[in-house]
Design a protein around this ligand. Structure first.
Ligand SMILES: C[S@@+](CC[C@H](N)C(=O)[O-])C[C@H]1O[C@@H](n2cnc3c(N)ncnc32)[C@H](O)[C@@H]1O
Length: 385
């Protein structure tokens, strides 16, 4: 069932961290010699088998009543998820800086180079070690227009963060308003992207915003010992809620990052969510995304009765996932007024050497930029929500 393999130039362990796509399987007999192979080409038979599997698992749709429940209570299903897993489920992703150097421009990643590429994790997956959450209640209070802060004990969670997300944002009175480089992560979960950014990007002008509609996840971010309110602002926010504003003005962000979050949103709400985010970017600012691609192993594993709509499924725990094509993402971003910098598919063969299992993963990675100027010479207008 394995497809043809391209020639290889293996990434040496201990060498400078490579971008995805650096270890190619030339000899199928060596498949169990490493944990992962890059840019695996699928044969026609394999693609056809995947197509059949999807048709099969999509024949029976979840009933309307349950669909409404999964939509209305989406944040509750994710809260339950984080109550069970706390921050032991998703791995920190240091590969982020190789793929998205925009997250730490001009910073050395030397301290991250000793991790073999085998150990990189791209999709939300279970950790091998169950690290504790390292909860700490001491918080810092930042003045709203400065990066300076004083230490104090503050309550954590929804009450505090909700207050901010309903504020009318005034151009020079918002968290991190004096920062010179602003990054927002949407659907941040427990901070597996945010904390590596804060650790790696030492730019004194950096300020990182992160939000999630799971108040449980945000509480875990805020109470993590690495959470520094002088450099970071975590808040509860539903990216599909049109009535909820972000705590930053329009055209104020340099980077917006979406890691395996857009796939959790019901497809007919994706466009408006991306439009709203696009308005927050500065001209020249970038939206970065990594998410599930069509026919990823996770899609093929769904059973009949878990399909909500085409390529959109519900997991056993009530959380949902969509599987994108490159074209669909291109349409979402360009309709939001952004221009393509990168839109690639990462086909990877992961191997469980112990169990002699092969897993074909498909991820899509995108970078889209807000144009500096419209063709008329003025700053490009953002699309209506
Ligand atoms: C698969 S997890 C990924 C978490 C994190 N980005 C990571 O890579 O570890 C998806 C996250 O998106 C969040 N999410 C889903 N729908 C959302 C929405 N409408 N608004 C905000 N967050 C959402 C979930 O609570 C969850 O934390």
């Amino acid at each position: 069932m394995a497809g043809p393999y391209t020639e290889c130039a293996p990434a040496a362990v201990g060498q400078k961290r490579q971008q995805f796509g650096s270890r190619f399987l030339s000899d199928p007999a060596r498949v169990f010699h490493h944990n992962a192979w890059d840019n695996v080409e699928w044969s026609e038979e394999q693609a056809a088998a995947a197509e059949r599997k999807v048709r099969e698992n999509s024949t029976q749709r979840v009933c309307q009543e349950k669909q409404v429940d999964y939509e209305i209570n989406a944040h509750k299903y994710w809260n339950d998820f984080y109550k069970i897993h706390e921050n032991g489920f998703f791995k920190d992703r240091h590969w982020l800086f190789t793929e998205f150097p925009e997250l730490a421009p001009g910073q050395s990643q030397d301290h991250l180079e000793d991790l073999p590429s085998d150990k990189r994790s791209e999709a939300p997956e279970r950790r091998t070690s169950e690290d504790g959450p390292g909860l700490k209640i001491e918080q810092h209070k930042c003045s709203s227009n400065s990066l300076e802060c004083e230490t104090q004990t503050a309550p954590v969670g929804e009450n505090v963060t909700q207050k901010f997300s309903h504020l009318e944002i005034c151009a020079d009175e918002f968290p991190g308003s004096s920062a010179t480089y602003r990054i927002l992560e949407v659907g941040c979960g427990v901070g597996n992207t945010v904390f590596p950014i804060l650790q790696t990007n030492n730019d004194p002008g950096l300020f990182v915003y992160c939000c999630d509609f799971s108040s449980t996840a945000i509480e875990l971010v805020q109470t993590n010992s690495a959470y520094d309110p002088c450099r970071c602002f975590a808040f509860v926010h539903d990216l599909c809620d049109e009535d909820q504003s972000y705590p930053v003005p329009t055209s104020s962000l340099d980077i917006i990052i979406l890691i395996f979050v857009l796939s959790a949103v019901v497809p007919d709400k994706m466009q408006k969510a991306i439009n709203r985010l696009s308005r927050l970017l500065k001209p020249g600012g970038m939206m970065l995304l990594r998410d599930y691609g069509r026919h990823d192993m996770a899609q093929l594993r769904f059973k009949k009765g878990q399909c909500l709509s085409e390529n959109f499924y519900v997991r056993g725990d009530g959380t949902r996932v969509y599987f994108f094509t490159q074209d669909e993402l291109d349409t979402l971003f360009t309709t939001a007024g952004l221009e393509k910098v990168q839109n690639l598919v990462d086909r990877r063969l992961q191997v469980n050497r112990g169990k002699q299992l092969t897993m074909y993963r498909v991820w899509i990675q995108c970078k889209y930029r807000k144009p500096l100027l419209s063709s008329a010479g003025s700053v490009a207008p953002a699309p209506d929500a």
